[in-house]
Write a protein that binds this ligand. Structure first.
Ligand code: FNR
Length: 190
């Protein structure tokens, strides 16, 4: 199919058994026809130092390259202390710099997140949306995807076993693809 939508998926956890990384891997199996989902792993990105922003580490340069090449971004965020984990915020900050050379500018995005708790990353997701205002990203509003009580939804190997959650992720990805196509439409000339 022409106009294939290429989604870059980024999970904000480095943990081996991370539910969020597992949810992102599950999403890879659930992408609709006409789209692809590639994963970028955040391990190895050092703490942001503005002194280095003109000459960033190779991993950051690669992140920026992949973000720029993507049609849309899928963030999968844990919630740490009611907010976005440092590892994800750090990567976002790196790829937003130097000023005027942000890789995120104008990108459509969707957010999902998994937590062992009931609130299911809602607070972290809203903080991430706040950052997207300054980043000039276009986050999908609906559906939201908050995976509560994650320990009950994945097996010991990290496979997503909960069918309603799979259905929900499918709907999120379908909506992201449609949203991305809308944003990519050329403006109507008056
Ligand atoms: C957490 N956790 C957590 N959960 C939540 O719902 N709200 C929160 O504010 C926090 N805060 C928090 C802080 C820190 C430092 C840690 C390590 C954990 C629990 C969190 O949801 C759980 O550890 C998830 O399993 C983390 O995601 P991954 O690593 O499984 O993807």
């Amino acid at each position: 199919m022409n106009n294939q939508i290429h989604i870059l998926g980024i999970a904000g956890s480095l943990r081996r058994q991370s539910y969020n990384r597992s949810a992102l891997r599950a999403a890879q199996q659930l992408v609709p026809e006409g789209a692809t989902l590639e994963i970028f792993e955040l391990d190895g990105i050092p703490a942001f130092n503005q002194d280095e922003e003109q000459n960033p580490p190779a991993k950051v340069a690669e992140l920026k390259k992949q973000v720029r090449a993507a049609d849309a971004i899928l963030f999968v965020t844990p919630e740490y202390n009611y907010s976005v984990p440092g590892v994800l915020k750090n990567a976002i900050d790196w790829a937003s710099r130097p000023y005027g050379e942000s890789a995120w500018d104008g990108k459509p995005a969707a957010i999902m997140g998994a937590s062992v708790g009931n609130i299911a990353t809602a607070r972290a997701q809203y903080h991430l949306r706040q950052s997207m205002v300054f980043l000039n990203m276009f986050p999908l509003n609906r559906p939201e995807a908050m995976i509560a009580n994650a320990a009950d939804r994945f097996d010991a190997e990290g496979n997503l076993t909960d069918e309603p959650t799979k259905d929900h992720i499918r709907k999120l990805l379908q909506a992201l693809v449609e949203w991305t196509r809308r944003i990519q439409q050329p403006p109507v000339k008056s």
